[in-house]
Write a protein that binds this ligand. Structure first.
Ligand SMILES: C[S@@+](CC[C@H](N)C(=O)[O-])C[C@H]1O[C@@H](n2cnc3c(N)ncnc32)[C@H](O)[C@@H]1O
Length: 288
């Protein structure tokens, strides 16, 4: 294994902080080294300094995609922090009146969606709450910075074992097992493993896009009723966290809801968001 020097680690740290807003503490050095080592091997490079030069060279922009894929932590699973989905099913959706559906519908954004389990859990919750997708005017935008996880989300194929995380109330006709023959057509699926495929009714509700939350402009057509940004801001430095929270505030409709991860909080934003229940906040509207 090639050693990562302090100087090289600091260069990677700066790139990650400036590009993604993510703060890498000293304790992340071993992790960074092992994650990036596979890129050195793939590119036939002999040191991390060579890799840094490669990133700064003519192939830098395309290599940055692999760099981001390696550096981001993408852990996620279906119905993670299940109470959020129960809230949607038992409180939020029943409170929506028909008029809202027939006008602009409901717009939900899963920012930092990773491999799709979060936005598809929202879709499955809506479908289970309404028993079908007949005239369901619910639009879920799902974004992430990592190309690798967005490709997984696009396929909407997951190991069958993921079903263990599904709450009992999820209606079962929105996914189906995949045959061995289909598995063999996808090189990224492992033979001998069982998978499920989410039906078109589910996947059609979710629109996937690549978006860096550090971008100056978020390309969103209209304001959102709900934003999910869970278990991502925890990796951000204070400046990046402040930046995205203010952006989310601006992109939420009046009274819109903001769902964050259970180890995150909005204590410093009590003038912008009020806590409704555990880690679910509501936008405090600007006084006019
Ligand atoms: C730990 S996952 C959380 C996934 C999901 N929200 C959940 O709670 O299960 C964090 C995700 O944030 C994404 N991410 C990190 N920095 C980002 C940035 N600056 N812009 C957009 N996505 C980012 C990562 O690629 C990763 O997929």
């Amino acid at each position: 294994m090639i050693e990562l020097s302090e100087r090289e680690f600091n260069i990677f740290r700066n790139i990650v902080q400036q590009l993604l807003g993510i703060r890498l503490s000293d304790s992340k050095k071993v992790l960074v080294s092992s994650r990036l080592f596979s890129r050195l091997r793939a590119l036939n490079l002999n040191s991390f300094t060579e890799y840094i030069n490669y990133l700064g060279g003519s192939n830098g922009n395309s290599e940055l995609i692999n760099f981001v894929d390696k550096i981001t932590t993408n852990e996620t699973y279906f119905f993670r922090e299940e109470k959020h989905f129960e809230y949607l099913k038992t409180i939020y959706f029943p409170s929506i009146n028909q008029q809202k559906f027939s006008s602009d519908g409901i717009r939900i954004w899963s920012a930092c969606c990773s491999s799709g389990e979060e936005p598809y859990s929202i879709a499955l919750t809506a479908l289970s709450a309404y028993k079908s997708n007949n005239n369901l005017n619910i639009h879920i935008l799902a974004t992430d910075i990592s190309t690798k996880v967005l490709t997984i989300a696009q396929n909407a194929i997951y190991p069958e074992i993921s079903l263990n995380k599904f709450p009992h109330w999820v209606i079962k006709n929105f996914y189906e097992p995949i045959s061995e023959k289909v598995i063999s057509q996808f090189p990224f699926l492992q033979k001998g493993q069982s998978y499920i495929h989410l039906n078109k009714e589910v996947s059609n509700m979710v629109k996937l896009k690549k978006l860096n939350l550090m971008s100056e402009r978020y390309p969103l057509k209209s304001k959102l009723d709900i934003i999910f940004c869970r278990n991502a801001m925890i990796y951000f430095d204070d400046k990046a966290k402040d930046y995205v929270i203010n952006k989310f505030y601006d992109h939420l409709k009046d009274d819109g809801l903001f769902f964050i991860g259970h180890s995150e909080n909005l204590f410093n934003y009590s003038d912008k968001f009020k806590l409704i229940t555990n880690t679910i906040y509501q936008k405090i509207n600007k006084k006019t």
